[in-house]
Each structure stands twice: as structure tokens, then as C-alpha cells.
Design a protein around this ligand. Structure first.
Ligand code: CTP
Ligand code: CA
Length: 229
């Protein structure tokens, strides 16, 4: 494996990674969002860079530091994340690890929404956000050679992820169990399954850095094999 790193097998390849949550404003002081520390996505960006890839990391608000050797684009909303991804130019690899909010406020208020004595709480009208993974997967001739998504599931993890791979049109899905008992959110470890067209691989529980290293290695191997064909 160290030999593989030294060879920088992803030199000359351009990779995009999304990471962290998005924030969808309700008004200037409030937002809806998802749990996501950014640890897994940031570790993947770092691992791809370590193998020599030219990496753009598009990240929502996170507390983890920017990885070294990676171009970091900071965004807040899903709309901004999509725009930044489409701005990244031609790509060989896209890994969507961000926890994108599925919905945003249909009409975010321009001023702070105030409480009024005796009035009922405001109703929240939501509108769908763009699906960044599906957009990249269906980008036609500009589609990256390898598009990888994540599937955060709390039940039927593998079955839901297999469906998700087809629905999104991506090549691989990294499926993880995020039910509260696993401590995945914010934690250091991740138990994942790699779902490809060839089937499902169950990986052992690993640190998020090790999941990232293993995934980056698999990506390098896949692109090398594709180039030989
Ligand atoms: N994703 C994305 N843009 C969205 C929603 C999801 O890019 N608007 C990506 C995530 O980064 C992840 C994959 O799609 O790689 C799956 O996200 P997930 O939330 O598990 O799937 P959804 O299709 O949103 O389905 P649901 O939340 O209903 O399970
Ligand atoms: Ca979702």
C-alpha cells in the first residue's frame, strides 16, 4: 500500500469531493440542516490528494480543519454547493459525501421572523433542493468517469443503498449505518458497505481515515484497470 501512495497513481486526475452539511436559511438567523461533522468527506479529499489527485473539496459549515493540498470551496446552501460543483470544471472522479438538506424554505424571510403574542407558530413551507449526486451522475458527456455517492441509512442499509445506486445513476455507493447506536455522526469510526455494479462488499469497522484510504485506493485501482481496457 505504501508503494501505491509513493507512485501517486492519481497524478493528473481531477477529483471533486462534497463534504459536511448544507444550511438552508429560514430567515437571516435560522436555518435547517443535517448532522454531519465533515470528518469522512474531508478524509476522502485528503486521501485522494495523497494519491496525487488534484482535489477540489466543496464543503458546508464544519469544525474540522481544511485538509492539506486540497482546494477548499466553502458554501452554505445546497444551491451554492451545486453551483460550486458545476464550477469545478472537467472531472475524472466525484465523491459526494455531503449531507445535503433535501429541502429548503420555499420562501426564506428577508428579515427575522418575529413571535407575535398569541399567534400560532409560523408554518414552514418547503421546496426540494437540487440533487447534486444525481446531477453529476447524469451530466452526459461531461460526466466524471467515476461517480461515488454515500447512503446514510438507519435501516435496511444495503437494500436501500442498492436502490439508491440505481436511482441516482452513480457508479458506487458507500453505504453506512447512521442509526444513533452506531455513533457514526461525529464519531471517529464508520462501518460501511461498498456497493458497485458487481455486488456488495462488507468492510470491517474502520476509522474514518482508514475508510477514506481504502476508498481512494479502490478508486485508483479502478481507474488504472479502466485505462488498461
Ligand atoms: N445527495 C446530493 N444532493 C442531495 C441529496 C443527496 O448530492 N440533494 C447525495 C449525498 O451526498 C449522498 C447521496 O446523495 O452521496 C445519498 O444521500 P441520501 O440523503 O442518503 O439520499 P436521498 O436520495 O436524499 O434519499 P433519502 O434522504 O430520502 O434517504
Ligand atoms: Ca437525503
Amino acid at each position: 500500500e505504501s508503494l501505491l501512495v509513493r507512485d501517486r497513481p492519481l497524478a493528473g486526475k481531477r477529483a471533486l469531493v462534497t463534504s459536511g452539511p448544507t444550511r438552508e436559511a429560514l430567515d437571516p438567523v435560522r436555518f435547517i440542516s443535517n448532522h454531519s461533522s465533515g470528518k469522512q468527506g474531508h478524509a476522502i479529499a485528503a486521501a485522494l490528494a495523497e494519491l496525487g489527485a488534484d482535489v477540489t473539496l466543496v464543503s458546508g459549515p464544519v469544525a474540522v480543519p481544511d485538509p492539506h493540498g486540497v482546494k477548499v470551496v466553502k458554501i452554505e446552501s445546497a444551491d451554492q454547493m451545486l453551483a460550486a460543483c458545476l464550477d469545478a470544471g472537467a472531472l475524472d472522479i466525484a465523491v459526494c459525501a455531503a449531507a445535503v438538506a433535501d429541502w429548503k424554505a420555499a420562501r426564506p424571510a428577508t428579515g427575522k421572523i418575529k413571535k407575535k403574542a398569541g399567534a400560532p407558530p409560523p408554518a414552514l413551507e418547503l421546496a426540494p433542493n437540487p440533487d447534486i449526486l444525481a446531477t453529476l451522475s447524469k451530466a452526459g458527456p461531461k460526466r466524471p468517469a467515476l461517480v461515488v455517492g454515500f447512503a446514510a441509512e438507519t435501516e435496511n442499509v444495503v437494500a436501500n443503498a442498492i436502490d439508491k445506486r440505481i436511482r441516482k445513476g452513480c457508479d458506487w455507493i458507500v453505504a453506512n449505518d447512521v442509526s444513533p447506536a452506531t455513533g457514526t455522526f461525529g464519531g471517529e469510526r464508520n462501518t460501511v458497505h461498498l456497493i458497485t455494479a458487481a455486488g456488495t462488499e462488507d468492510w470491517p469497522p474502520l476509522g474514518k481515515g482508514d475508510v477514506a484510504g481504502r476508498l481512494a485506493g479502490r478508486i485508483a485501482l479502478h481507474l488504472a484497470e479502466a485505462a488498461r481496457k
